[in-house]
Unconditional design. Structure first.
Length: 683
């Protein structure tokens, strides 16, 4: 029978013991220099400590900044509004909500700073409303104790057997590369059906976005942080760009093979590319030869090119992109593994310009800000109306709980899990406070008494399944005990404080459930609508938007959708098949828009008609584009093909043909009119 309890590895014990030692050091120094609430330093160690050294440093830097900013907010607000409780409630709730809103718009480690600034103001400000003259001293001591805890946690993780995230991240990249290679080899060989190919693409997109959680700590381990951050950003964007590039490759290959129009030189190139990918080799001469073969298999477009020529030309272009992407990926991965700077010159150089683009979820941020505002106001009203002695504790814990989980689709279950773990921590604190600590007459005995509970919390923090419970029990246990330099055990005060903690988080969970919780299906659908809206806007935009810029934003959303796929009911996954195709639409759309102003009059009007049709389609909820749009695209292709093949005409042909294939993948191949078609252009 399998044990329900995990078997802890040596590194888990190391983390638990190291964190406990850092917590004791912070507590001892806080008592030694006579800080008023030394237990804040202890709890900070457990909030800040992470398995990997870089993760601890990342959290530490922004925690110090957020604490200082929150302290400034409390000092500015409380003395000025303390004589008007209702107004103070509103301005504090607005401060917390604004900070949370700003935090949720930023998906980098820096987002922790504004979030912390919000609820730190509540932690400092609300408990001193009865004595506002102490707010400055309280704020200063809070910053001192938090900073002390952060320093102890950071020193311990950096000096005592530090664990680097680099090997883990490199292994994850290698695993991603293995999965991608298997998908690409199978796709190029026609060995994967469309359903399986879609599942593989979704899996790769989700894995790419998930790597952010490991990439962030690494950027704080390296001596050259900017170099590491650049390498990671470029790797991430290259990984995402694989998806539309390979999807386009497979589309062209499938089309040409289906109509038996694949030129023999191009078939040999594809076979060579497939063998090169499967082998995993990176021989410079072999790659140079492959590039020459691609160029040789891609004859220049003549006048009035047909479907076959356009398919071969776009296939060759995507093959070049793929070879460039794969070579860059290898160099970037090697740079990451060897802690070296990223190459100055990349073959797929356009990606470097869009590596920082991320989706910003304004709706989630706004709903979360409104939710925390209402939570704070509701509890403050109860506090003021009932003269609740521990109302300050309830409101500040509600602000903390709401802020911690506000980025989730449905934060309520996690808030309740956090609360339940906090109850366990409070129960443990009761045992300590009234049974064990009265016997601790010096710091050594206090450390011995705290060891079992805090080490157990540290071990739980090493397991993903129990990490939330571990940190929650440590925080609430240490905070409820409220360790000072002398023992003070008052059961009534303890019980009231414990009830306020739990009640505040329960209210936060209820408000979250009513105002903020949504299903994964809702979020995934909304992200998809945003991508479609982005396409409609790009089709009509006067700005020459970069195709990679649009693709980067859309792919980021695709990754966010992919991470929710497993939570969607089976009937809600059918529409996800079009996700990568829409990214391809965006890339062709922006390239077409770029050259459209320079096209001759009649072609210009035909292309504008296509762009308006694309915008009209993506402005609706209809997944299937209208047949008229295909007719307009074919008409524009016919007009464009009749002109001499300048660079702009060539780009327009490629863009129009790419749009046709991305929007109508199951349509019959494009045929130019018989009067202009050449005999060999039957595809």
């Amino acid at each position: 029978m399998t044990s329900p309890f995990p078997i802890f590895a040596a590194r888990d014990w190391l983390f638990a013991l190291r964190t406990f030692a850092a917590g004791l050091l912070a507590l001892y120094i806080a008592m030694w220099i006579d800080l008023p609430r030394p237990y804040w330093a202890l709890t900070t160690v457990y909030i800040t400590s992470q398995i990997f050294a870089g993760a601890t440093r990342s959290k530490a830097i922004f925690r110090v900044g957020g604490t200082a900013l929150g302290a400034v907010g409390a000092v500015a607000l409380v003395p000025n509004f303390v004589n008007a409780p209702v107004l103070l409630t509103l301005v504090m709730a607005l401060w917390i909500a604004t900070c949370l809103y700003v935090s949720l718009l930023d998906r980098t480690p820096a987002s922790y700073m504004p979030m912390l600034a919000g609820y730190t103001a509540a932690i400092i400000g609300f408990p001193v409303v009865d004595d506002p003259g102490t707010v400055f001293d309280t704020a200063v001591s809070r910053v001192e104790e938090i900073t002390l805890g952060i320093l102890c946690a950071t020193l311990a993780s950096s000096l005592v057997f530090p664990q680097s995230v680099r090997p883990v991240l490199v292994n994850r990249f290698n695993s991603w590369a293995t999965d991608a290679r298997a998908w690409i080899v199978g796709a190029l060989g026609g060995e994967v059906d469309e359903t399986q190919a879609h599942e593989d693409r979704v899996h790769l997109a989700a894995e790419t976005i998930a790597l952010d959680a490991l990439a962030i700590p690494l950027s704080h381990e390296s001596e050259a942080q900017s170099d590491t951050s650049r390498t990671l950003s470029l790797l991430r964007q290259h990984m995402l760009m694989y998806l539309p590039i390979v999807a386009s490759l497979v589309d062209r290959i499938t089309l040409l093979e289906r109509v038996k129009a694949m030129p023999e030189p191009m078939r040999r190139v594809i076979d060579d590319t497939r063998r090169w990918i499967a082998s995993g080799r990176h021989d410079a001469d072999e790659i140079a030869a492959l590039r020459r073969d691609i160029d040789a298999a891609d004859p220049p477009l003549g006048k009035a090119p047909g479907g076959r020529e356009l398919a071969v030309t776009t296939l060759a272009a995507r093959l070049r992109d793929f070879v460039d992407l794969r070579e860059d990926f290898r160099q970037l991965r090697d740079a990451l593994e060897n802690a070296a700077p990223a190459p100055e010159r990349l073959e797929y150089r356009y990606t470097a310009q869009v590596r920082e683009i991320r989706h910003r979820d304004y709706l989630t941020a706004l709903l979360s800000a409104a939710g925390v505002f209402v939570t704070v106001v509701v509890i403050c009203v109860i506090w003021i109306a009932t003269a609740w002695p521990d109302g300050a504790t309830a409101v500040m814990m509600a602000a903390v709980a709401f802020s911690f989980f506000s980025s989730l689709d449905d934060p309520a279950p996690q808030i309740m899990k956090f609360t339940n773990a906090g109850i366990i921590g409070v129960m443990g604190a009761a045992i300590y406070l009234f049974a064990l600590l009265p016997r601790a007459t010096n710091f050594e005995m206090l450390a011995l008494a705290l060891a079992p509970g805090l080490i157990a919390c540290g071990l739980a923090m090493t397991q993903p399944k129990w990490a939330l419970q571990g940190v929650s029990a440590a925080i609430f246990g240490a905070s409820t005990i409220a360790i000072q330099d002398n023992y003070a055990g008052d059961f009534a005060s303890f019980a009231n404080g414990a009830f306020a903690i739990i009640a505040g988080m329960w209210i936060a969970a209820i408000v979250t459930l009513l105002m903020r919780s949504v299903e994964a299906t809702f979020t995934a659908r909304r992200l998809h609508r945003l991508n479609r809206r982005e396409l409609a806007k790009a089709a009509l935009s006067d700005r020459a938007q970069d195709s990679l810029e649009l693709a980067a934003l859309m792919l980021d959303r695709v990754g966010l959708i992919a991470m929710r796929i497993t939570s969607l009911p089976p009937e809600e996954t059918e529409w996800t098949v079009s996700l990568i195709g829409e990214v391809r639409v965006g890339m062709n759309l922006t390239e077409l828009r770029r050259v459209e102003p320079r096209l001759p009059g009649v072609i210009h009007e035909a292309v504008l008609r296509v762009l308006r049709g694309v915008a009209a389609h993506f402005s609706t909820a209809d997944e299937n584009p209208p047949e008229k749009l295909k007719v307009d695209i074919d008409s524009a292709l016919e007009m464009t093909a009749a002109y001499s093949n300048s660079a702009d005409i060539h780009a327009a042909l490629i863009g129009l043909y790419g749009l046709r294939r991305a929007l109508f993948p199951d349509a019959l191949p494009y045929h130019p009119p018989v009067s202009t078609a050449q005999p060999e252009m039957a595809a």
